[in-house]
Design a binder for this molecule. Sequence first.
Ligand SMILES: [Zn+2]
Ligand SMILES: [Zn+2]
Length: 185
Amino acid sequence: MTTTAPPDTHAGLRDAAAEYAARVDVDVDLGAVTWEVSTRAKRRSGACLFDRKTESVTIRLTWAAYREYGWTEFRDVIRHELVHAWEFQQFGESGHGRRFREKAREVDAPRHCRTFTDARLRLVCTNGDCEWTARRHRASKAVTEPGDRRCGACRSRYAVEHVDSGERWQTSDGYEAARERIEEW
Ligand SMILES: [Zn+2]
Ligand SMILES: [Zn+2]
């Protein structure tokens, strides 16, 4: 590939990932790796699956995570999944233990499967004419005490939404109450 433009289609992402993987210095049989793009995964940036019978590996890349990180950062995810592929091919199993950690260090891959912030929390402006929204992954003050803060664009109040449950709140009391109702934070 002579172009340096970041991929903007699923097929483009698969191709770019496969091509990038060939340049990573890790002993993976890429001929036995299938690349997929997922539009459904909500939290995981990528996944590596192993079929014991055929010993084939599937690396599934999450489209939304790619869109959020951009190509340069998303390559971290690819290296992480390649370490899983390496473990599966060499040992028939994979986790995030010492062996994984050491190999991940060798290829400068993040140790943890990265989750992307799309999932958990969203700040949404209460002004119907304003489209401002922001994502939050943790219960920072912007999430627990939204009453003290304002929309980043029009300075109206904003609501915090817990994406999975749809619970919303605009005050710290509201946060506490929602937190009790939400079974899976
Ligand atoms: Zn992982
Ligand atoms: Zn606003």
